[in-house]
Design a protein around this ligand. Structure first.
Ligand code: NAP
Length: 319
């Protein structure tokens, strides 16, 4: 009896930058075209695409990939994908939740601590050779215990950030569409309206996705309602903040500091914000640990394998 004919390989597009994070067995059965971040999305009969969050996958791109069955985003946020256009074309959209929660919550705390304890100014002082020794009033920062942490968005990452606040002795308040009783029970957090969150937070940390409702939620009006000297931290998406308004609040001395991992027009940063005082600006490294990035790439490709094998995706964006 002759052996069964080989199963044809499935043509897929995968971001070239993920190559070093993937093992050959994860790519079994796939004929991969590696797509560099600076290349436009090509036209053709690929059945799956694994894009980075910097690649817009909208109606035009979906139209030029008529055989596409899945967009397996390598990120938990999926604001780079037109999910309505995808649904209309019956293309499944998946993301990579959970595996990046701890890494991103840890980085959020790195930003909170760096802002509160003026780490950038301290490092600059040492590097500048101008440090003349211990001084009782040198680089005094914010004492965290007893301060109020305000969380906007308390899903996976927002809750992980809140849980880390308990041993630091912070009071936690949060604004969310739905109450989180388990989180409240475990951390003593209180749910408040957005306006009260602004008025009472010593540290405001953003953890909601970029949506039409959340874009620009931190703007000149909302910044004016914040406590003088408050700290703003953003590890969610850059466009939640109006960057020029934030820069002006820092220039005026109304805001204590801003710790930002994400920007509206990455990798560009509004020039006024780049030049503003008391900022800690990071190049979108929230999930950047070896372990996390490997897991993100693995889940994205596992979603592709599942859908192409006729199984349910592991982590669909909807349902
Ligand atoms: P998640 O579990 O889906 O949590 C998002 C939360 O935002 C949900 O609790 C949701 O509320 C809330 N939310 C949505 N719209 C809101 C609104 N209009 N007002 C108030 N709350 C709203 O997502 P996650 O895993 O925590 O990730 C959060 C975001 O972090 C992602 O969307 C992504 O953009 C960003 N992120 C950034 C990095 C980085 O590298 N810096 C890494 C990972 C993630 P409900 O609970 O009521 O639905």
């Amino acid at each position: 009896m002759s052996p069964p004919p080989p199963v044809p390989l499935q043509p897929v597009l995968i971001a070239a930058e993920l190559r070093g994070l993937l093992e050959p067995d994860q790519l079994e059965g796939l004929e991969v075209t590696w797509l560099a971040a600076d290349e436009a999305t090509p036209r053709g009969n690929w059945v799956a695409i694994v894009p980075l969050l910097s690649r817009w996958v909208g109606g035009t791109q979906l139209k030029s990939l008529p055989a596409l069955r899945i967009v397996a985003n390598c990120a938990v946020g999926y604001d780079n994908v037109d999910v309505v256009a995808a649904e209309m074309r019956k293309v499944i959209v998946t993301n990579t939740p959970d595996v990046l929660t701890d890494a991103t919550a840890d980085l959020t705390w790195a930003l909170i601590l760096a802002c509160a304890r003026r780490l950038v100014e301290a490092i600059d002082l040492v590097r500048s050779d101008r440090w003349t020794g211990w001084h009782p009033e040198q680089l005094l920062g914010v004492h965290l215990r007893g301060q109020t942490l305000g969380l906007f968005g308390v899903g996976r990452i927002g809750q992980a950030v809140g849980r880390r606040a308990v041993p630091f002795g912070l009071r936690i308040i949060y604004a969310a569409r739905t109450a989180k009783p388990d989180f409240e029970r475990d951390t003593g957090a209180t749910r408040v309206e957005w306006t009260r969150l602004l008025a009472e937070s010593d540290i405001l940390s953003l953890h909601a996705p970029s949506t039409p409702e959340t874009k620009g939620i931190v703007n000149s009006d909302t910044l004016a309602r914040m406590k003088p000297g408050a700290i703003v931290v953003n590890t969610a998406r850059g466009d939640l903040i109006r960057e020029e308004a934030l820069a002006i609040a820092l220039e005026d001395g109304r805001l204590g500091a801003a710790g930002l991992d994400v920007f509206t027009d990455e990798p560009a940063i509004h020039p006024r914000l780049r030049a503003a005082p008391r900022t800690v600006l990071l190049p979108h490294i929230g999930s950047a640990t070896h372990d996390t990035r490997r897991k993100m790439a693995a889940i994205a490709v596992a979603n592709v394998q599942a859908v192409l094998a006729g199984r349910a995706p592991l982590t669909p964006v909807f349902g």
